[in-house]
Each structure stands twice: as structure tokens, then as C-alpha cells.
Design a protein around this ligand. Structure first.
Ligand SMILES: O=C(O)CCC(=O)C(=O)O
Ligand SMILES: [Fe+2]
Length: 331
């Protein structure tokens, strides 16, 4: 199937694998792909098909619960941005429409207990998840999360090598632990609602951090803008993951790699389920232009930015529970 996107096999970067010459080939392909497209598919990611299927089944069961049960774990009840986000309460694109996105989500992150140092210090985005009261849900989530984080490690090693850095550069950044936010998303079929003009499943946006790894149910709907401005449909072949760059890469790489705008159109007759894993550098990591991305005499295009502060600013701008102006619009 022509998906329009290149496929990169990242198995050479598995945790514990001995570095071999194929790592340079993979890194070179990743670099040219990130310069030209910013979106690609991966195989050799290590996520077991049964684990992935179990996570999709658990999320379907969650979104099929009565609204009151889902709202029992609403994100507004969480001090650390974990929980249920209802239909039309997030606005990813406030330029084309102020109607919220036609999707509902369950936002999850690392599971941090009260003794975790960042929780003790009151750092935003650290704390416990809110899980639904569904048998098997938490196990499915734990298994999938662990495997997709391994996949993200493979991608981050390949990215580091492509930027002439040590393979573990992105995994060993100072400033705390890499943040991994797994989001479960349900887009209802178009025939089940009447959208207002310009209202999409997911408005046009770029992702915020380092990189995103996404699995979907094969029903389509994700579209990505190429560098030439054309929108293309992203079809994710069975078992592969789609990967896209986040905004912080432009700061690090001085615009050698930039994040792509993308959006989701709800499928006409079927629901869509997807699950992105958002990878963000440690909360206290300062992101600044890499020397390997600066030609002699060239100046960085952007000033340094703290990863956690940047992520918070983007969440504040898009989530109505965090933003009084958006909350008013949502009634
Ligand atoms: O559901 C999708 O395919 C895309 C979701 C997305 O882009 C996001 O949540 O940032
Ligand atoms: Fe996205």
C-alpha cells in the first residue's frame, strides 16, 4: 500500500542491542526523512500486536461507558493533567473555528506516587493517573505503555545519531525524567453529529515536544501537511506506528527538522480510535540549539526554552478546563 510516507525500521536501536553498522544507515534515512517530511512510519519498534490489540479493546470499553462514569475521572479533577477530556472541550486550532474538537480522550502520563521528588516539589504534570473502573484496563495500559516507550527509545536513539550525538543523548538529558504522555482518543463517526463550520476531529496543530508515536485502528482520518503545503491522508499499515516531530526539534536543530501541521477528519461512517504517545524532554531540561546543527558563524534562530514550561503553555492555550476564556466559549 502506498501510504505516502517512508517506512524506517528502528530495530537496530533496541535497548541492549549491540551497535552495528546498520545504525548509521538508519540514522541517515531518518535525517533525510526529517528534513524533507517530518512524518514517517516505523517497523521493528518492538510493540507486540497482542499488547496493542488489548489496549485498543480496553479503550473501546472505556469510551463505551456512560458519560457519568467517564466524567467521574474528568481531567479537571486532576492536579497533573490526567483524565477524561469530553467532546468539544479541547480546541487545537483557534484560528479556523472556536468550536471544540470532535473527539473524547483519556490523557495519561507517568504514574507518580506522593513520594516522587517532583510531586513533593509540586512540579506540574507529575502525579497519579485517573484510571477507569474497568477490569483489565490498567494492565492493558501498563503493558502497552512500557512497550511503546521502548519503541520511543529506539526512535530517540536513531534521532540522536542522525544529529551526530551519542545514541542515548535524548534519553539521558539532564533536568529529570523524559515525560511520556499516552493519550487514548475516540473520534465519533461524522454521521452521528452535525459539525459547525470548520469543526474537525482534531484541529490543525503541531505536536509540542520531541516526537510522537501513534497507533490507530486502520479507519483513517489523520492528514498531514507536507512541506509543500499539500495535505495527504496518512494510512498506517497494520502493525506499524506513525512518527512525527514535535516543536522543540526546531529549536534543537535550528530548523533542520521542524514539526508538521496535522489534523483529523472524523471518518464518515465509522468511529476512529487512536493512541499517540507524546515524548517531551525532562520538565527542567533547557532546549537550546545543538552545536552539531550550527554551521560556523551561524546564529541560533531561537532562544533556549525549558521543556516543561513550553508544554504547559501549549496545554493552557488549548484545554478549556485550564483556560477561563475557552471555558466560557464552551458554555
Ligand atoms: O488521532 C490522530 O491520528 C492524531 C492525534 C493527534 O494529532 C494528537 O493528539 O496530537
Ligand atoms: Fe498531533
Amino acid at each position: 500500500m502506498d501510504t505516502g510516507l517512508p517506512v524506517i525500521n528502528v530495530s537496530a536501536f533496541a535497548t541492549g542491542a549491540a551497535p552495528g553498522p546498520e545504525r548509521d544507515e538508519v540514522a541517515a534515512l531518518l535525517d533525510s526523512t526529517c528534513r524533507e517530511t517530518g512524518f514517517f512510519l516505523i517497523d521493528g519498534h518492538g510493540v507486540d500486536p497482542a499488547t496493542r490489540a488489548a489496549m485498543f479493546e480496553a479503550m473501546r470499553a472505556f469510551f463505551a461507558m456512560p458519560l457519568a462514569d467517564k466524567e467521574a475521572i474528568a481531567i479537571g479533577k486532576s492536579p497533573c493533567h490526567r483524565g477524561y477530556v469530553g467532546i468539544a472541550t479541547e480546541i487545537l486550532d483557534d484560528k479556523d473555528t472556536l468550536a471544540g474538537d470532535l473527539k473524547e480522550t483519556l490523557d495519561t502520563g507517568g504514574e507518580h506516587g506522593p513520594d516522587h521528588p517532583e510531586v513533593v516539589a509540586g512540579v506540574p504534570l507529575f502525579g497519579p493517573n485517573q484510571f477507569p473502573d474497568l477490569p483489565g484496563f490498567r494492565e492493558a495500559w501498563e503493558d502497552y505503555r512500557a512497550q511503546v516507550i521502548e519503541a520511543a527509545g529506539r526512535v530517540q536513539r536513531a534521532m540522536a545519531r542522525a544529529l551526530s550525538l551519542p545514541d542515548d543523548f535524548l534519553l539521558d538529558l539532564p533536568g529529570g525524567e523524559t515525560m511520556y504522555h499516552l493519550r487514548l482518543i475516540h473520534y465519533p463517526a461524522q454521521r452521528t453529529f452535525t459539525p459547525v463550520e470548520g469543526q474537525l476531529g482534531c484541529g490543525v496543530h503541531t505536536d509540542y515536544g520531541t516526537v510522537t508515536l501513534l497507533a490507530d485502528d486502520g479507519n483513517g482520518g489523520l492528514q498531514v501537511m507536507r512541506r509543500d503545503g499539500a495535505w495527504i491522508d496518512v494510512r498506517i499499515p497494520d502493525g506499524l506506528l506513525v512518527v512525527n516531530l514535535g516543536d522543540l526539534m526546531a529549536i534543537w536543530t535550528n530548523d533542520r527538522w521542524v514539526s508538521n501541521p496535522h489534523r483529523v477528519i472524523n471518518p464518515p461512517d465509522t468511529d476512529r480510535y487512536s493512541m499517540p504517545l507524546f515524548v517531551t524532554p525532562p520538565y527542567h531540561a533547557e532546549i537550546a540549539c545543538l552545536e552539531s546543527c550550527l554551521a560556523p558563524g551561524q546564529q541560533p534562530a531561537y532562544g533556549p526554552q525549558f521543556a516543561g514550561e513550553y508544554l504547559m503553555s501549549r496545554l493552557d492555550a488549548t484545554h478549556s478546563y485550564r483556560n477561563p476564556l475557552l471555558a466560557e466559549l464552551n458554555g
